[in-house]
Design a protein around this ligand. Sequence first.
Ligand code: UD1
Length: 420
Amino acid sequence: MEKLIIQGGTCLQGEITASGSKNAALPILAATLLCEGPTTITNLPHLQDVITSIELLGSLGVEVGVHQQHKIEVDARRLDSLTAPYDLVRKMRASILVLGPMLSRWGEANVSFPGGCAIGSRPVDLHLQGLEAMGATIVIEDGYIRATCSGRLVGCSISMSTVSVGATENLMMAAALAEGTTVLENAAREPEILDLANCLNAWGARVTGAGTQTMAIEGVASMTGGDYRVMPDRIEIGTYLAAAAATRGRVRVAGAAPWALGAVLAKLRETGARIDTGDSWVELDMLGRRPRAVSLTTAPYPAFPTDMQAQLTAVNAIAEGVGIVTETVFENRLMQVQELRRMGADISIDGNTARVQGVVRLQGAQVMASDLRASASLVIAGMAAEGETCVDEIYHIDRGYERLEEKLHHLGAKIKRIPG
Ligand code: UD1
């Protein structure tokens, strides 16, 4: 297993360019299954989860042409298989996103039932209930979700009891080719939902209200396909800004979408950082000072994102004062804490709340990545710490950060990848 070796104590300085959003790219790749004509996706991040999605499309018989690193053409005119197999779903839970589009276009879909994962149990009940409300018959058999419908799915009104990004996306895509209009209430409002809606509309769907709690999807008989450029990755950008704050540095991210970073920028400002934004860039300058600890509670957009919680916990670990971090979206997402403690962080946990008493110095240590964002927090802590940090199990990082070492290197970090 590869590892990252970080020599801490460097103040990050400079400019990098944001990659395309992982969480927008994955549903957009699934949405290609809705289209009768070819689709071209650009600004696609080169990440393990994207490679897994492309493998999944390939296993269904979809023609995928990778033209340049960040651009692919997908032709889903015909499929050879309607089954998303265990081996691919096991690697990436977001494989569930093919369920809605495959069912809607071909009247059948079989998807291996996704298990829980390190950060929580992550059920898919809302995805299944919504599809059933649209007329699908769903059985769970041999570890697979087997969904069928006779004729087209039928639009209806669906009110989701919990705000779920994945369920909202799956149901938007299923509704795109349904008969009549589907109204989704209590829909997720994440920027990636808006990006998916823009993409669906560019490819022939009729989605309105994306980015609000109530979305209407007027079903169309067919979707043509076309081109789409994936939005910048707000979590990647937030991670580099948090790294700048923890190392008292100054980092500008180009190719960004600052509008999608509201709650994250507000918290980073509270640390004492100066933040400037333009239409497509954002810059954080810690002015050489130690950050102040901040308190935060994660919740669905537009509140503070759970995907940035671990990174801000790392900033708090080295900050001045006490930060109270409460995680409300996933039940088991404070796993970075025990590894941060190995680096000398002073953090206590009570249920889903971490009390972080900032320390003046973190010490490099051997730590293990447990999930994608927890891994990022260990890299941040390693750069802010004294001495050497070795982060193990970094395949998690490769699922969600494109060229992480190269970008950090460019900002002056001393980081290298070594074989395990
Ligand atoms: C997506 C993101 C992930 C992010 C999360 C929350 C992708 C590929 N992943 O994950 O990075 O951390 O949103 O912003 O976009 N739930 C149910 N029943 C369901 C579905 C979800 O109870 O059928 C619960 C989950 O257990 C969780 C909460 O809803 O507690 C939110 O999960 P959800 O928004 O669905 O997360 P994902 O779409 O899996």
